[in-house]
Ligand binder design. Sequence first.
Ligand code: SAM
Length: 218
Amino acid sequence: METDRRNAQQPENTTAAFWDERYRDGRRFSGNPNGMLVAEAADLPPGRALDVGAGEGADARWLARRGWKVTALDVSGVALERARRDARDSEAPDVAGRVSWVRQDLTVSPPPAGVFDLVSAQYFPLHRSAGPGPSPALRGLLDAVAPGGTLLVVGHELTELVSRLHDVDPEDYDQPADVARMLDDGWEVLVDETRPRTAPAPPGSHHTHDTVLRARRR
Ligand SMILES: C[S@@+](CC[C@H](N)C(=O)[O-])C[C@H]1O[C@@H](n2cnc3c(N)ncnc32)[C@H](O)[C@@H]1O
């Protein structure tokens, strides 16, 4: 279990307080798994998966239904409580039992290294490191992938929306393409592209395209 340790410079949208309030608002995502996860992970044999920023758990449940043993990690206890309850109420016990809901702040402590056959980060706010190379949060994600495992990072395509995003500067975030550039030859990049979303974005968010990185650790 994660404590409330955080450093004073931590961006607000990576904190438990920020996300707990949003989820407490009653705000809900669609309840469906993300389209890019479905597109990219449907062909993978099940193993151990890490869903980073799992939110309300739709992706974790989809993976569990396909036989994956899932660690669903999120900083928000409110989201995880809702996700755990939804899984218990609507999934078969063996499916719900394949998901471990873990409250953890990725900017403070990394997930276990080298053990996950799939690490999926869907719309996770990956703030850019002050120096060159990956931020500690991104480093943790990369290190979590087992040899032969898959890294899937999906983001909103932000540049087309920049005039509408008064409070978001895309330059503050590592996009999937930035992550691709940081991968060394221990990785094979399979997908690094921008695609139309397969389902409408949450109301009010205006996103039309996703950016997708799929890479395999050699
Ligand atoms: C935009 S939401 C995406 C949720 C989910 N992946 C989805 O696609 O519906 C970002 C998620 O990342 C979580 N998050 C943000 N900062 C985090 C951090 N430092 N450590 C762990 N989770 C974090 C939030 O609580 C939130 O659930």
